[in-house]
Ligand binder design. Structure first.
Ligand code: FE2
Length: 172
């Protein structure tokens, strides 16, 4: 089982399609990149939680701005890699499973929702960073908590359902 707090072993590739391959070296590389994306998103979840806990009096303006700038690109980069590279790899490695395609469709639907929530959260964080929170701390805190809880749940499911079986297969 993967340790959710472990640091990424590699970064995202410049060309995600370049690591599409069957089981083998390409698959190992894709697994590393996938874990790197998850680690990056989990660090952002920690930052979102820290900001939510600090609202309104102790909010760190710089952290708000940094997180606002990083959120959208990190979420979209991860989702693009998963959908273009890792999901096809998992499909090839794991093989047919009951409800496998249904679950992939559900995960991709969650990606679109999370991208939309991430954009809203980034906008709110930018407001806090630049204007001191015109939206109100309760609303922003609620939004941030909703986002990081959803992202953590999504990642936990992907790890159990997709990453762990691929790791097991490659370890054989
Ligand atoms: Fe995902």
């Amino acid at each position: 089982m993967t340790n959710p707090s472990s640091p990424p072993r590699t970064g995202a590739p410049d060309k995600p399609g370049a690591v599409v391959a069957g089981p083998g070296a390409g698959a190992m590389q894709a697994l590393d990149v996938m874990l790197g994306h998850h680690a990056r998103l989990l660090r952002l979840c920690d930052a979102l939680e820290s900001i939510a806990d600090s609202l309104p009096e102790r909010v760190d303006v710089r952290q708000c701005l940094q997180t606002a700038r990083g959120l959208g690109p990190a979420v979209r980069d991860a989702h693009r890699f998963e959908e273009e590279v890792f999901y096809p790899l998992a499909r090839a490695v794991i093989g047919p499973r009951p409800r496998f395609e249904e679950n992939l469709t559900r995960l991709q639907d969650e990606h679109r929702e999370d991208e939309s929530f991430a954009d809203e959260a980034a906008e709110a964080l930018m407001d806090w960073g630049l204007c001191g929170g015109p939206r109100g701390s309760d609303m922003t805190g609620y939004m941030l908590r909703g986002l990081f809880e959803t992202l953590r749940r999504h990642i936990a499911f992907e790890r159990e359902y997709l990453v762990a079986p691929v790791e097991d297969h490659l370890a054989r």
